[in-house]
Design a protein around this ligand. Structure first.
Ligand SMILES: O=C(O)c1ccccc1NCC(=O)[C@H](O)[C@H](O)COP(=O)(O)O
Length: 271
């Protein structure tokens, strides 16, 4: 069983507990009661001159184990926002990342910028749940979904006024993401089946992403050098976890990353 399969099996078990505690009808009612979702697509497009940063609240990970205690996720998110982050990502998976919906609630109340609920989406319920907890964006991992699921989940996010970060790691997955009309396409340089990081996959996949989508480089950022390289290869946004939660000054790091100019590459199908 791959790491991704193992994570998803735990996610399904946890989901069955939550759906028993809070049936879909209840979660839907709470989702529909929220103020409209913020415009994450616009936030990620930014000013078109410099990179947008998705700054992640990440305590732990399958690849690295414990990363940071993060006693106060709301305070960390506020520092990300002060540094100029476009979006805050909150990992809500509990078993491997030690995140929770309580973290999402805390972050939602502390920032005005869009919030990404970072989970392993395998059921419609999780999208309603994300909206009920104030998320503006959800993660859809192409490798974990059939084409029919991907299309259905993307449709659901749009119906709820939200956006999805559609995550890919291969050329075939980029094609599948594009085929269903994804507006925000991430290239995760971490292979979720083996946990290996290969930053070189970004350049090849970025140029396959359609013109009307925002290209996000995900994972593996160690510092400004990696961010500059992703920008030079066509990233419009970067998603950073470990380097921010382990760094001494997350606000300054976000400010430094978001100042990196984006590049219009000949042949790159992006606006
Ligand atoms: O981070 C992991 O080890 C991991 C393992 C398996 C599935 C997902 C995983 N991470 C989720 C992410 O997408 C990252 O948290 C995110 O891209 C930030 O990565 P990093 O900057 O390398 O912490």
């Amino acid at each position: 069983m791959s790491v991704l399969d193992d994570i998803i099996s735990g996610v399904r078990e946890d989901l069955s507990v939550r759906t028993a505690e809070a049936p879909l009808a209840q979660v839907r009612a709470r989702a529909l009661d929220r103020a409209p979702a913020a415009d994450a697509l616009g936030a990620l497009r930014g000013d078109g001159r410099t990179l947008s940063v998705i700054a992640e609240v990440k305590r732990s990970s399958p690849s690295k184990g414990a990363l940071a205690a993060i006693a106060d996720p709301a305070a960390l998110a506020a520092r990300y926002e002060a540094g100029g982050a476009a979006v805050v990502s909150v990992l809500t998976e509990q078993r491997r990342f030690h995140g929770s919906l309580a973290d999402l609630d805390a972050v939602r109340t502390s920032v005005d910028i869009p919030v990404l609920r970072k989970d392993f989406t395998v059921e419609d319920y999780q999208i309603w749940e994300a909206r009920a907890h104030g998320a503006d964006l959800v993660l859809l991992i192409v490798a974990a979904l059939s084409d029919a699921q991907l299309e259905h989940f993307l449709g659901r996010t749009h119906e709820l006024g939200m956006n999805a970060l559609v995550e890919t790691h291969t050329a075939e997955e980029v094609e599948r993401a594009a085929a269903v009309g994804s507006r925000i396409i991430g290239v995760n340089v971490r292979n979720l089946k083996t946990l290996d990081i290969d930053r070189a996959v970004f350049a090849d996949l970025a140029r396959r992403i359609p013109q009307d989508a925002v290209t996000v480089a995900e994972s593996g950022v160690r510092g400004i050098g990696d961010v500059e390289e992703f920008a030079a290869q066509g990233a419009r946004a970067v998603l950073v976890g470990e380097a921010l939660v382990r760094g001494e000054d997350p606000e300054a790091a976000v400010a430094q990353f978001r100042a990196v100019p984006v590049r219009d590459l000949p042949g790159l199908q992006q606006r």
